[in-house]
Each structure stands twice: as structure tokens, then as C-alpha cells.
Design a protein around this ligand. Structure first.
Ligand code: HEM
Length: 755
């Protein structure tokens, strides 16, 4: 990846003047202007907006740049009004016939306020309802210019973007860390119109044809009778469908791998999945697959951690994204393409490029970097931006075209259709977050929530009354012209190419490309999910499909379910593994990682101050954990406590440093806090600290200790010479070693794989 300084990239952002560049800070700090404790009696200024936030750039509903500051289009004035701007004197009492009498129908304020509230909710997305988003900028490298005429890919061209990450299955309020595919949708506000790259963090899909989308979604969503389970694939209908519909095998295997439980949105790859077509200035076509490569590498939680997180912090991924941007650890991805000649059969190395259940291994077609995306601002209003944004795979700009992938073809219909219902009519492209940054002259008129005031009388062509406008453009004036793909003479059929019948070879390729640790996780995931199914026939059927991936996988899962292993339908091939598919074994930057620092009351804090500063300087987030909140400033240089033993849980930290061995705190008794196990407290260390350390240890996290910290590790039976455990006399060298361990994400050599 090309080295770019995220903070510098942010400073150059078109909106950089909107607010100060974020500094390195610990997220969650109180407002810079603290609100008073008492209710104000005179109008005052609101708490200032946070520097890490911004709204959509200000364009008119018809794509004209207005340049109006965001605060000018937000509500203003310091007096309460009706929606019509009439000032109100009371909003706490409805208009009544006397203080004890019935409310009067004529109370316009009551009716307006309640009616608006009654309509505050809009339908959530049918899929991908749960999401979080951020603004950013994409900068082209110019390396794609030879194959694509899209101007935003030109060298140094900077384009504002808005990215929404999501889970697929859960409702809007569901947990972030469930096992699921993640959406990765990017809106590029280019000078030639909006381009949406609506991808996922997994490069293949469950189905080969869009007509099956309602089937897979109905199967994966909660059971229709009890509406459970929420946001999970661990239930009968999901496994019933994917075991009968074996083209889902490859995607299901990815979901059961660590890819299904990402550590962070910032640590996910993104994929366009389908093969797209790029067209250059000469009209030549190249087939491509899009890849987003995260600067921080691809990393995951472990399953127990993901489950704990879903309860402890259901907003974990949402918070992580917002906190990282607030702290100045700006997430970055490089956009890359795999390129393939546009041959008549549209295959590459024998792989059908129109089959969305297939990848092309990067070892066969390397990913060529074409630009860099930096996310630098959090949205200023969740509903207006993250909820109302509407992506569509058909939002394309000249130089980017679709292929005949039957999954993509159906998507081209579905998004616009669903958004008409979700966003209440056909004018949602006029919502601020969806507005293009190019002039719109579309002859589309009227409809619900029309906010543009059109001029002229002739929204039709040809006309003479509006001067013949709008005129159409040509290739030389920036028109989007579909690639004139020649089509073979053929019959009309409901069918697919014979190459689509291979449902297992790439699942096997994926399995063979995994390290032993990753295979353990996959075996555990299948065994867990299937053990949650009630129907023995479904478990048996899935074990049958696993035999077509790998004998070891099938045998281990079968053993876990108490079933006999199955035999493959045909002898299995041994394709060359694709090392690029594995997440492990490399080293990555540690920006934005969260490090917990446990301190004891009354201890010397000089080492803590040193590592806190060093962690901040390394672009990471230090969170001090102590018995009670507040600050510790025995020698006049205060150290703020961010977490108490009661509020801290291991899931929040990528590594833990132990600066002392805190004695049981005054609230450390089981009757108040079940984590405060009275039995464990006898070790002389607060048992919440011991739980923190044991969980972190079994989730493969680095642990460091100095001063009395090693006593806390020993109290819970973690030897200081265990893999990934660093003990020393001085804080600074301990932190250095922990940082190195963090670069590898987790310490897997603590555990011995069975396969
Ligand atoms: C490669 C396959 C697919 C990928 C990568 C994909 C990706 C996505 C993503 C990322 C979103 C969330 C967008 C957002 O954040 O607002 C989404 C939403 C959606 N997808 Fe797909 N999807 C795929 C297949 C399909 C198919 C085949 C259909 C239907 C035929 C479909 C229908 C929908 C619908 C209805 C939504 C909700 C859109 C909205 O309400 O704005 N998707 N998809």
C-alpha cells in the first residue's frame, strides 16, 4: 500500500475548513464547553459541535453547489416555534378546559408535535438495516486511466465519499458483532455524477441469480412464527436452505470463518463481488473485480469475544469507527482492481467471471491499486445521513459499466424499487446525503416530497418552449453510453451456464488456504451453528455437503454433532492454496488500537504516564482502568480514569497492561457485581481484574505487566513467560514489546490446533 498520512489527507479534504482537524484524543471526552448543572434561565449557545463531525456538503436538490454553511441550513433561533415558525410560550401542557379538564382538539401545537412524532420512524432496510457510516475522500492514483475513462480515477483527483458499513440480517437495533456478512457501500460524489460501489466484506454471494434473493433472505431472517433468532444464521431455516441450495456453500464457509466476525469495520476488506466492465477513452473494455484493502489489515474477533461483545457493547463496531475518527486514527483503504481480458466466454483461468459464487485468486490476477480512501469525519446526524442514504449498483459514471452477472442484473432493479417505499416516494435523490454534486436536469417531475422548484414549462423532449432544453449529451460531452456488448444469438430460457454447477471447488480452495488456527475457528463455527438447529435431518444434510469441501472439516464437525462423517459425492481435487485468503501471519499498523491500563490505588503513576503518552503518540487509545472513576493526582499531575473495575470488560481492549495488583475494591463483592467472585477475591487482587486478564488471555490478546502487575497475572495463573505475555521492570520496554505483538493482531501460538 502507498504510504499516506491520514491526518494530512484529511486536512486537504474539500471540507477541511468546516472544522479543525481532529487531534490525538481519547474518545468520549466531555464537551470543550461544559454545560451548566442547573437548567439555563436565559438562552445560551448550544454545546459546540465536535470537530470530528460534518454533515453532507451543501448542494441544492438539483445538484448545484450552494456553499451555504451547514449551520445555516440547520434549525436556528433560540426560541421554540411551531413547524411554521410561530413562537410558542409553553410545550409542557396541552390546551385544556381548565387545569383538570379534558384536552381540546383545537390545540394545534399538541396535534402537530404528536403527529410528527407518530411519523418519525421510516421502514428499516429489508436487509442491511443495521449500519454505521462516515464521510471521507477518495484520491485517484491515475493507475486505472489506461483502462477507465472515469475522471475520478485520474491521478490526484479528490472526490468526496460517504461510506456505510452494515450487517445483513439484523434489525436496526441488533448487535454489531453477530456472525454475518458485512455490507461495505461507498458513494462517490464525482464530477460526472454519483458512482455507488455497493459491496460486501466477503467476495462471493450465496446465490447466482437475483431471483433467489427473497429465498435466501427469508431463510436467513428470524423464523416467521416466533421471530427468533435475531441477527443470526444459527437456526434451522438458514441451514435448511443452504444445505439444499449448494451454490451457497462457498459464501457460507466464508461466513463460518473469521471473516464473519470482524474486529472492526476498519479492519475489513471490501469487494464489489460481481465482475464489472471498465471502458477507456478509446472505447476498449476490460473486465474487473473491485477490492478495498484496509491499511490496518483484515482482523477478527474470536467467537466468545463476539458473543460477549454483543451483550456488553452492542454498538461495538459503530463506536469503534466513530471513536477512531474522533481520535484522529483515520481509517484508510486502497481501492484495487483485478483485471481480465474481455473475452467472448468471459472466463479467466477457467473461472466463470459472471458467477458471483466464484473468486479469482489474487495469485492468478494480482490486485492493482488505483486509489486511496480516507474516512475523516463522522456524520453529524444519524437519521439524515446514515439512515437516509440510498445506494444503488446502477449509479454509474462514464467508464464503469455492468456485466451480465444474473445477480447484478436483478440488483439493478431492486434498490431503486425498495427505496421508493423506504424513503417515501421517488424524490429521495434530493435528500441532502443523496444529492449529486453535478447539475441535475432530468425532466422527472412532481411526486411525494418534491423539494426542487422547477422552472420552465416543458419537461419533455422535443420541445420549443424551453429552448429545446435539456439537450442530450454525446460521448464528447460526457454522456454515459452503455458499452455496445455483442450478444450471441440465443434462445430465451430460465437457465444458467453449465459452469455455474460447480458449487464446491472454490469452497475447498478456501479451506485449503486457511492456517490451522483459522480451520479450528471454522470447525467450531459450523459445530456451534448446527448444534443450534433443532432438526437432525438438517444437521445430517449439512455434514453431507461438508464432505464435498474437506474430509477433516466434515469429520470434526460430525464428531461435534455426534453424527457419522459423510463421504464426498466425487473425489476431491487439491487446488493450489491462495495465501491471500488467510488473515494470519503478517504484521500490520496498530493505529486506533485500544489498550487498557490497570492501576492500583496509591501506586506510583510515573510509568503509567509514560506509557499513556507513548500509546497516544503511536496513534492508539489508552484507557486507564481503576477501582473507581475520577482522577488520580497524588503528585499534582492527574491521570484520568476512563473505566472502573465494574464497567471494564476485556472485549473493549486489544491488549492490556497491568501496572499494579489492585486489592479488592470496596464494591468487590458478588452480591453487588456478579463479576466480583468472592472465591477469587481471596487471591488478594480484585477479581474483576482477574476476569479481565483471563478473558484477554484466552482471546489471544497481548498482556504486559510491570511493577506489581506481574502479581496480578500470577494470581490468575497466567505465567509471565507464556506466549504473548510480557513482564519487565520498566513500563516503556513492556509497551514496545506489546506493540510488536499487536502488529500481529493476536497471539495464536498460545494454543495448539488439533487440525
Ligand atoms: C453481490 C451481492 C450483493 C451485495 C454485495 C449487496 C450489498 C448490499 C449492501 C452493502 C446493502 C446496504 C446498502 C446501505 O448501506 O444502505 C444492500 C442493501 C440492499 N440490498 Fe443488496 N447486495 C447484494 C445482493 C442483493 C440482491 C441480489 C438483491 C435483490 C435482488 C439485493 C437487495 C437489496 C436491498 C433491497 C437492499 C436495501 C436497500 C435500501 O433499502 O436502501 N441485494 N445490499
Amino acid at each position: 500500500m502507498t504510504e499516506t498520512n491520514p491526518a494530512a489527507a484529511a486536512a486537504e479534504h474539500p471540507d477541511a475548513q468546516d472544522s479543525a482537524a481532529p487531534g490525538r484524543e481519547i474518545p468520549g471526552a466531555p464537551s470543550s464547553v461544559p454545560p451548566p448543572v442547573a437548567e439555563p434561565v436565559e438562552p445560551g449557545a448550544p454545546v459546540p459541535p465536535k470537530p470530528d463531525q460534518r454533515g453532507p456538503q451543501t448542494y441544492s436538490p438539483t445538484g448545484q453547489k450552494t456553499g451555504i454553511a451547514q449551520k445555516e441550513v440547520a434549525q436556528g433561533g433560540d426560541r421554540l416555534t411551531t413547524a411554521q415558525g410561530t413562537r410558542l410560550y409553553d410545550t409542557d401542557h396541552s390546551l385544556k378546559a381548565g387545569p383538570r379538564g379534558p384536552s381540546l382538539l383545537q390545540d394545534h401545537h399538541l396535534r402537530e408535535k404528536i403527529t410528527h412524532f407518530d411519523h418519525e420512524r421510516i421502514p428499516e432496510r429489508a436487509v442491511h438495516a443495521r449500519g454505521a457510516a462516515a464521510h471521507g475522500v477518495f484520491q485517484g492514483y491515475g493507475t486505472a486511466s489506461g483502462i477507465c475513462k472515469a475522471a475520478f480515477l485520474g491521478e490526484g483527483v479528490r472526490t468526496p465519499v460517504f461510506v456505510r458499513f452494515s450487517t445483513v440480517l439484523g434489525s436496526r437495533g441488533s448487535a454489531d458483532t453477530v456472525r454475518d456478512t458485512r455490507g461495505f457501500a461507498t458513494k462517490f460524489y464525482t464530477d460526472q455524477g454519483v458512482f455507488d460501489l455497493v459491496g460486501n466484506n466477503i467476495p462471493v454471494f450465496f446465490i447466482q441469480d437475483a431471483v433467489k434473493f427473497p429465498d435466501i433472505v427469508h431463510a436467513a431472517k428470524p423464523h416467521p412464527d416466533r421471530e427468533i433468532p435475531q441477527a443470526q444464521s444459527a437456526h434451522d431455516t438458514f441451514w435448511d436452505f443452504v444445505s439444499l441450495h449448494t451454490e451457497a456453500t462457498h459464501h457460507t464457509l466464508w461466513n463460518m470463518s473469521d471473516r464473519g466476525i470482524p474486529r472492526s469495520f476498519r479492519m475489513m476488506e471490501g469487494f464489489g463481488i460481481h465482475t464489472f466492465r471498465l471502458v477507456n477513452a478509446e472505447g476498449a473494455s476490460t473486465l474487473v473485480k473491485f477490492h478495498w484493502k484496509p491499511r490496518l489489515g483484515v482482523h477478527s474477533q474470536v467467537w466468545e469475544e463476539a458473543q460477549l461483545t454483543a451483550g456488553m457493547d452492542p454498538d461495538f463496531h459503530r463506536r469503534d469507527l466513530a471513536d477512531a475518527i474522533e481520535a484522529g486514527a483515520l481509517p484508510q483503504w486502497e481501492l484495487g482492481v483485478q483485471t481480465f481480458p474481455d473475452t467472448e466466454d468471459q472466463t479467466f483461468a477457467g473461472i466463470d467471471l459472471l458467477d458471483p459464487t466464484k473468486i479469482v485468486p489474487e495469485e492468478l490476477a494480482p490486485v492493482k491499486p488505483i486509489g486511496l480512501m480516507t474516512l475523516d469525519k463522522n456524520p453529524s446526524n444519524y437519521f439524515a445521513e446514515t439512515e437516509q442514504v440510498a445506494f444503488h449498483p446502477g449509479n454509474l459514471v462514464p467508464g464503469i459499466d455492468v456485466t451480465n452477472d444474473p445477480l447484478l442484473q436483478g440488483r439493478l432493479f431492486s434498490y431503486l424499487d425498495t427505496q421508493i417505499s423506504r424513503l417515501g416516494g421517488p424524490n429521495f435523490p434530493q435528500l441532502p446525503i443523496n444529492r449529486t454534486h453535478t447539475p441535475v436536469n432530468d425532466m422527472l417531475r412532481d411526486g411525494m416530497h418534491q423539494t426542487a422548484v422547477h422552472r420552465g414549462v416543458a419537461p419533455y423532449r422535443p420541445n420549443s418552449l424551453d429552448g429545446g432544453c435539456p439537450f442530450t449529451a454525446g460521448a464528447d460531452t460526457g454522456a454515459y453510453i452503455e458499452f455496445p456488448e455483442p450478444l450471441p444469438a440465443t434462445a430465451k430460457v430460465r437457465d444458467a451456464a453449465a459452469t455455474f454447477d460447480d458449487h464446491f471447488s472454490q469452497a475447498r480452495l478456501f479451506w485449503l488456504s486457511m492456517t490451522p488456527t483459522e480451520r479450528e475457528h471454522i470447525i467450531a463455527a459450523y459445530t456451534f451453528e448446527l448444534a443450534k438447529c433443532r432438526e437432525p435431518a438438517i444437521r445430517e444434510r449439512v455434514v453431507g455437503t461438508l464432505a464435498n469441501i474437506d474430509g477433516e472439516l466434515c469429520g470434526q464437525v460430525a464428531a461435534g454433532l455426534g453424527l457419522p462423517a459423510a463421504r464426498p459425492a466425487a473425489a476431491l481435487d487439491d487446488p493450489d492454496p491462495s495465501p491471500a485468503l488467510s488473515q494470519l501471519g503478517r504484521r500490520w499498523p496498530v493505529d486506533g488500537r485500544t489498550i487498557g491500563i490497570v492501576i492500583a490505588e496509591g501506586q506510583d503513576l510515573s510509568g503509567v504516564r509514560t506509557v499513556r503518552q507513548a500509546i497516544l503518540e503511536a496513534g492508539m487509545v489508552p484507557l486507564v482502568i481503576a477501582a473507581r472513576a475520577g482522577t488520580r493526582d497524588a503528585d499534582g499531575d492527574p491521570v484520568a480514569v476512563q473505566r472502573t473495575f465494574a464497567t471494564a470488560r476485556s472485549i473493549e481492549f486489544d491488549a492490556i497492561l497491568v501496572a499494579g495488583a489492585p486489592a479488592p475494591a470496596s464494591d468487590a463483592y458478588g452480591a453487588r457485581d456478579a463479576k466480583a467472585d468472592d472465591e477469587l477475591a481471596r487471591a488478594g487482587v480484585d477479581s474483576r481484574v482477574l476476569l479481565l486478564l483471563t478473558e484477554a488471555y484466552r482471546h489471544g490478546k497481548a498482556l504486559g505487566a510491570w511493577a506489581d502487575g506481574a502479581d496480578a497475572l500470577e494470581a490468575v495463573g497466567i505465567a509471565t513467560d507464556s506466549p504473548g505475555v510480557v513482564a519487565g521492570d520498566q513500563a516503556a520496554p513492556v509497551l514496545e514489546r506489546v506493540k510488536e505483538l499487536l502488529g500481529g493482531h493476536r497471539v495464536w501460538d498460545r494454543f495448539t490446533p488439533s487440525v
